[in-house]
Design a protein around this ligand. Structure first.
Ligand code: K1U
Ligand code: ZN
Length: 161
């Protein structure tokens, strides 16, 4: 296992900031590779299905999405982790669904959040190649949760009933 990073907890300032974009100069850099490697190791160690850089005290627009089946979402697809740099949700379906969420930055709390069923997301990989991806269900939920982290929002601010 690689470098493990401490995870910021609810109430810490870094989680409330709007994270800054990764610049051209940072693509393909050793620092970005090392950051995503350490984020990935930290996510695995905590048994997460996603992670955003602000959760490890780096206020930059970097997320990892790694859906896998779990007791709450037994039919979730098993995805190889996708590193998304500067992700932008460019379209969301009007149809929404209610689903349970947890957060590595909010210990011992889970709750129901309404999210779009389907999204289209644009992002760059570590080399700076642009991708466009349509996701639905649990993977779409994870992306929405992680992009919220980049905008300083925690799922507890979105709880439904
Ligand atoms: O960003 C994070 O804090 C990671 C978070 C991602 C996430 C989980 C569930 C819905 C949306 C986003 C987690 O990985 S929490 C732990 C977890 O694996 C999990 C929690 C609740 C339901 C399913 C999985
Ligand atoms: Zn979270």
């Amino acid at each position: 296992m690689g470098t493990l990073l401490p995870v910021a907890q609810k109430g810490e300032g870094v989680l409330a900031l709007k994270a800054s974009v990764i610049s051209q100069a940072e693509f393909n850099s050793q620092w970005l590779y090392q950051l995503t490697e350490a984020m990935h190791a930290t996510m695995l160690e905590r048994n997460g299905v996603g992670i955003a850089a602000p959760q490890v005290y780096i206020s930059k627009r970097v997320i990892i999405v790694a859906s896998k089946p779990n007791p709450r979402y037994p039919d979730a697809p098993e995805m190889s982790p996708i590193i998304m740099i500067n992700p932008e949700i460019v379209w969301m379906s009007e149809q929404e669904n209610l689903g349970e969420e947890g957060c590595l930055s909010v210990q011992n709390e889970r709750g129901s959040v309404r999210r779009a069923n389907e999204i289209q997301v644009h992002y760059f990989d570590l080399d700076g190649t642009k991708f466009e991806l349509r996701l639905s269900g649990f993977p779409a939920r994870i992306v929405q949760h992680e992009v919220d982290h980049l905008n300083g929002i925690l799922f507890v601010e979105r709880l439904s009933e």
